[in-house]
Design a protein around this ligand. Structure first.
Ligand code: CS2
Length: 497
């Protein structure tokens, strides 16, 4: 290999590799992105790249990592350039993305991040910081007891959390007479814009009432639904991409051909013309969000835990397992009636497309990757639909089985599954709980308490009973018995404990 991917080597790439059709030095920053991981680079950064190529040169991205320097270390020597490898069974298309203009690492220099956020040219802040970084307590409100929140309230000029950075930047902009930026949440949370808005108002009020009012009344937080499957890059991917490029790329990103972004159109400070590049701008993103979270992400979590417990390392292999496949079809059938019925959602086409996407063997999307942070993901993916069914007098047999499979997979680590095979913010508490060997119903109720599942909901106890029954089956006979009890597979059902 000859050197490193960068502005200097880009002209020498093979002709079949797509490259930015705009000179990097013609672009000025318009967006700060918090959480510049692989998902952002496969999704928002690719859409913005298309806008820049179309001449909207004032929407370059300042990429911020809130924790690790890894992305900056990989991309800085490459002038922010990286390869997006779009893969399916038909082959692989390589596209170099140029929209990330600069990279900052918050813990190294929080002042530089605040300087970027207060730059009047920045009109949008996008976020992909993962579910757990929103720091919600079990009841959904801001976890104001979290040490990082306490730190940020005491040290507003050197924050650690997204909340701290956004609040301080908005305060400084207000003081300087600079209009606020629009905050665009791109994480898989329900009503993600409204949720972040509520948390930010809570946080800002803890700083001072005036800032709380400013954030409440004058800052726009449109919701958005983002979708693209992005498996973690492996060393084999790096080697293969390097060979195809003829130069090294320290961190290419793998993805599928499918992509979708639905955004509420509330951008008082302006926005790129995303709708020209396949983004759907809408008034209310709710129905799209629910469909994606409950059908795609809900099935993903089920496939991940059931796949792990059945010995499948990747989504495509798990989905090719006849029992898991049948289970997912039934899971979808259970979740679909909980979606808004009058929003014109085509769930038949949607699930047919999902089945194709989950079968993409070229992605090798690891079940252990999706299994991470289940306590943060299951409420919006699974528990919400299960509760909606119970409220409507319907059974949540398959939805509740996913919750049980999560608990079983967590408990299997250090046994049937490797120690630390996937992680969860609740790991310490969960391990302590599993070590107590309580009766299954008590364990289940304790897990619900820890994770805040169905907190205060009238159907909480019934849901716990469904989950506990499945969990007994998992303990006695693994996924086979749990499936058999639902009439999936060939094993005759056995009685619960
Ligand atoms: C996955 C998502 O890891 C996970 O939890 O379910 O990252 C999923 O791949 C994306 O939401 C797809 O858009």
């Amino acid at each position: 290999m000859n050197g490193r991917l960068s502005n200097a080597t880009i002209a020498k790439l093979p002709v079949e590799v797509l490259v930015p059709r705009y000179p990097g030095n013609s672009v000025t920053p318009g967006i700060v992105h918090l959480g510049v991981g692989a998902f952002h680079r496969a999704h928002q950064a690719a859409y913005v790249d298309a806008c820049l190529a179309d001449g909207e040169s004032d929407w370059g991205i300042v990429g911020v990592s809130l924790r690790s320097p890894d992305t900056r270390d990989a991309l800085k020597p490459q002038d922010g350039l990286y390869t997006l490898a779009i893969r399916d069974s038909a082959g692989e298309q390589l596209q170099v993305i140029g929209s990330i203009q600069s990279l900052l690492v918050a813990p190294e220099d929080p002042g530089a991040v605040l300087a970027a956020l207060t730059d009047p040219r920045i009109r949008i802040v996008t976020l992909t910081i993962t579910e757990k970084a929103y720091l919600r307590a079990a009841d959904g409100t801001l976890d104001s007891a979290h040490p990082d929140i306490a730190h940020d309230l005491a040290n507003p000029a050197s924050p650690k959390t997204a909340h701290g950075f956004l609040a301080e930047a908005l305060a400084r902009r207000q003081a300087a007479g600079t209009p606020p930026f629009t905050v665009l949440c791109c994480d898989n949370l329900p009503a993600n814009g409204a949720t972040l808005h509520r948390l930010m108002v809570e946080f800002a009020k803890l700083r001072d009432a005036g800032l709380g009012r400013h954030v409440a009344d004058e800052v726009a937080f449109p919701s958005s639904m983002v979708d693209r499957i992005v498996p973690a890059t492996t060393d084999a991917d790096r080697t293969r991409i390097g060979q195809q490029l003829g130069v090294e790329d320290a961190w290419p990103v793998m993805t599928e051909p499918f992509r979708q972004w639905v955004i509420e159109d509330r951008f008082p400070a302006g926005r790129p013309a995303w709708e020209r590049f396949g983004v759907t701008m809408v008034e209310d993103v709710g129905p799209f969000e629910d469909m994606k979270l409950r059908l795609l992400n809900g099935a993903h979590s089920g496939i991940a835990y059931l796949g792990l417990l059945s010995g499948h390392a990747t989504v495509d292999r798990a989905f090719a397992d006849a029992a898991i496949r049948q289970f997912v079809d039934r899971l979808w059938a259970e979740a679909i009636p909980t979606l808004p019925q009058d929003a014109g959602l085509d769930t038949t086409a949607y699930t047919a497309e999902l089945a194709q996407r989950f079968s993409n063997t070229a992605l090798a999307h690891r079940t252990a990757q999706i299994a991470n942070d289940g306590s943060q993901k299951l409420p919006q993916r699974i528990v919400a639909s299960a509760l909606a069914r119970l409220e409507a007098g319907l059974l949540p047999e398959h939805l509740s089985l996913v919750v049980a499979s999560w608990i079983a997979a967590c408990a299997a680590r250090g046994g049937a599954l490797p120690e630390g095979h996937f992680t969860d913010p609740l790991d310490a508490a969960l391990n302590e709980l599993f070590g107590r060997n309580l009766p299954t119903a008590e364990t289940t109720a304790a897990v619900f308490d820890l994770a805040g599942f169905a907190n205060g909901h009238p159907e909480r106890q019934r849901l716990i009973e469904f989950v506990a029954t499945h969990l007994v089956h998992f303990k006695q006979g693994g996924p086979k018995l749990a499936f058999a009890a639902l009439g999936i597979g060939n094993e005759p059902p056995r009685l619960a404990e």
